[in-house]
Design a binder for this molecule. Structure first.
Ligand code: HEC
Length: 239
């Protein structure tokens, strides 16, 4: 074999060992500098981090008088897509009172009520129980703890409402929508977890549950196949 081939091979072998050596060193050594960042885009720039104080000006004063870096939205402004002018849809209010009908954009179909059933099972059943009597697993556990003198130590528990109580059964759909959206007394609001359409679907299912426990004789004599599902709302609540 000619000598020059051996030289080239030797040189290449030595050169090939340089990258692994550099990587091995980088992996085992510590460096306080940020890593090399070739394409900057806008990754690094002057900013105030969340929950940090506001910048201090050359004059020694903070940029914002209260010294906080985080600001509230300018009052009177509305984020894009959050105008929510439809009070019927977003607040359950119609003509200044609780809406007694569903928003026209949300027809109450079987699929809609089934969606409500699924969401109810996820968000409401743990407290209110599968049928709504207020006997969910969370309530059962809480009662166990409250009734145990060794643990309770003065703790109290407000029972989730039985949605079949007459006062709740008589509530217009808009009011139940509002209970889900804003909470009521000790019950928390679910607006952050449940989108508007799903809240209405849950309302429809709550109405179906209520109707299921207070069926009228006329419910079975009628030909159910002919009845529109909207009939799940008791007549006194339709307009
Ligand atoms: C963490 C437990 C809990 C969950 C989950 C929960 N609730 Fe409640 N709910 C309560 C309690 C407690 C009350 C009674 C509040 C009171 O009287 O202080 C209540 C009351 C109610 C009432 C009666 C309101 C009134 O006007 O008296 C309705 C209707 C209701 N809940 C529906 C729902 C629906 C629908 C969901 C699911 C989106 C839900 N709740 C999820 C605990 C819960």
């Amino acid at each position: 074999m000619p000598k020059w081939i051996i030289y080239i091979l030797l040189t290449m072998t030595v050169l090939a060992m340089i990258p692994p050596a550099v990587i091995a060193r980088a992996r085992s050594s510590k460096n306080s500098k940020p890593r090399i960042h070739f394409i900057q885009d806008m990754d690094n720039q002057a900013r105030i981090r969340a929950q940090h104080p506001s910048a201090i000006l050359d004059s020694g004063q903070p940029l914002f008088a209260d010294g906080r870096g985080m600001r509230r939205p300018v009052s009177g402004t509305v984020a894009q897509g959050e105008l929510n002018v439809d009070a019927h849809l977003h607040e359950g209010v119609l003509w200044g009172g609780w809406a007694t009908t569903y928003p026209p954009s949300l027809p109450v179909t079987e699929a809609f009520i089934r969606r409500g059933q699924e969401r109810f099972t996820i968000y409401c059943q743990p407290c209110h129980g599968a049928v709504g009597y207020g006997d969910g697993i969370v309530n059962q556990r809480a009662m166990e703890l409250v009734n145990n003198p060794l643990i309770a130590n003065g703790t109290t528990w407000v029972n989730p409402k039985n949605i079949h109580e007459p006062e709740i059964r008589d509530q217009p759909v808009g009011q139940i929508y509002n209970t889900i959206t804003n909470g009521v007394r000790t019950m928390a609001a679910y607006a952050a977890q449940i989108p508007v359409e799903d809240r209405w679907a849950i309302v429809a299912y709550v109405k179906a549950l209520q109707r299921s426990q207070y069926a009228r004789p006329s419910d079975i004599s009628a030909n159910r196949a002919d009845l529109p599902l909207i009939d799940l709302i008791p007549p006194e609540e339709t307009e």
